[in-house]
Design a protein around this ligand. Structure first.
Ligand code: NAP
Length: 265
């Protein structure tokens, strides 16, 4: 049986077992994907033991993404740019580390819209997830990214890492932006909505949110109300899982409506 896991602390909230479980059954693979609650103290031993127990790899969630990156024997370029990993493959006694968050963001955006990378982008939020989004947009060739965060110092720090990022005021003017991305926690269930004025956006602008609980955040509802194309955040989670599944289970899986439905159950 082919085995893989997701490790984190906490772990019970993770939707990854549903994603991989759906694909395992759809492709008729004799495999299992299990959530493992792993504390920082147990991380080193866990990474030693998992390959010895027959695991082919694992996903990694908070708070271990930087620690596993530091322990890896080989890292992909995109993981190196992040200094963090979310996908490990165990092969020939080595740990190979990848970071698929930026790929997940971009694949979701492209699957859900006609977005092209030739106009300025506004990114709201400068937390952990924003870094992957900025990397994805930079790699896609976006000419200018306006980064806006409540705590400006965090946006300033990220702007040092990306030459095409300029820091904008919190809740910026959106004139000229072809894409608006919310990477803040605002709009998530239990959080206040993100209230940014969308009136300056042109009719072909795209608005996306990486928050996916609820699927349609107040920001996306407001954008849809203005007739703009919107892309919800669930697909980012689904697309980021593709490279790991392919590496561990030998089948490149499809992200489609059946997977979305299975994860939302
Ligand atoms: P994080 O590192 O804690 O960053 C939180 C961000 O939200 C910061 O920019 C923070 O601004 C901002 N924020 C929080 N409360 C705010 C408020 N009341 N007013 C203004 N700004 C506020 O979190 P993260 O890891 O980046 O995650 C952010 C969101 O993305 C979460 O909802 C998470 O579930 C979601 N996410 C989705 C995916 C996916 O696959 N779709 C992947 C990763 C994360 P300050 O810097 O000013 O505090």
């Amino acid at each position: 049986m082919k085995l893989a896991a997701v490790i984190g602390d906490p772990i019970s909230h993770s939707k990854s077992p549903k994603v991989h479980g759906h694909w395992l059954s759809r492709y008729g693979i004799n495999g299992a994907y299990v959530p493992l609650h792993v504390t920082a103290d147990d991380l080193g031993q866990t990474l030693d033991l998992l390959p010895r127990l027959g695991f082919r790899g694992c996903n990694v969630t908070l708070p271990h993404k930087e620690a596993v990156f530091a322990r890896a024997d080989q890292v992909t370029d995109r993981a190196a740019r992040m200094g963090a990993a979310n996908t490990l493959t165990f092969r020939d006694g080595q740990i190979l580390a990848d970071n698929t968050d930026s790929l997940g963001f971009l694949s979701n955006l492209r699957a859900g819209s006609e977005w092209t990378a030739d106009t300025p982008v506004v990114v709201l939020g400068a937390g952990g997830a924003a870094r992957g989004v900025l990397d994805a947009l930079t790699q896609a060739g976006v000419p200018e990214i306006r980064l806006s965060n409540r705590t400006r110092a965090k946006a300033d720090a990220l702007a040092e890492l990306f030459p095409n990022v300029v820091v904008a005021e919190w809740l910026p003017d959106l004139s000229g932006a072809g894409l608006v991305v919310n990477t803040t926690a605002l709009g998530m269930a239990g959080q206040p909505p993100l209230e940014v004025d969308l009136t300056a956006l042109s009719a072909d602008a795209v608005v996306t949110d990486i928050v996916y609980t609820p699927l349609e955040t107040p920001l996306l509802a407001a954008a849809r109300g203005r007739g703009l194309t919107t892309v919800d955040g669930l697909g980012m989670l689904l697309h980021q899982a593709v490279p790991g599944f392919a590496a561990w289970f030998g089948q490149t899986p499809q992200v489609d409506d059946a997977l979305r439905a299975a994860v939302l159950e």
